[in-house]
Design a protein around this ligand. Sequence first.
Ligand code: FAD
Length: 117
Amino acid sequence: KLGNETVKAELGRATWKYFHTVMARFPETPTDDQKEALRSYIYLFARLYPCGECAEHFQQHLKKYPPQVSSRNAASGWACFIHNEVNAMLDKPEFDCANLGDFYDCGCKEDEGGKGE
Ligand code: FAD
């Protein structure tokens, strides 16, 4: 049981890192197509997340707080907020979203165009 919890936590950490990095690289002024791509991605991500109970919870959170995809700032702020909802559910400390800044760096600064271009 402890083993399972450790594996679930590792998957969670890796996934959050990836999830927030996707948001940090989303275009600052996305096209309608890019907004739709992010919205679909988030709903599919929630459906397909490998931990079934987590996927279930996360889909409930999405119903309450639908994805914000109008800009990079909106998307990263929303992702930080919803991660904090999961933190609260698990009795973890709240992360200060004002500290997001360059916290999620993809190591790809040279291609400044951003994702989806
Ligand atoms: P994590 O929550 O994994 O966070 C990793 C790091 O991200 C933190 O150390 C911090 O530096 C940073 N961070 C923390 N909060 C934020 C934030 N709000 N915004 C940006 N960065 C932040 N586990 C369960 O037991 N039950 C569940 O139902 C469940 N649902 C999950 C749903 C999803 C979609 C995901 C991705 C994970 C879920 N998990 C669930 C796993 C859980 O959220 C944690 O990943 C896991 O418990 C490890 O926690 P951690 O304390 O290492 O930090």
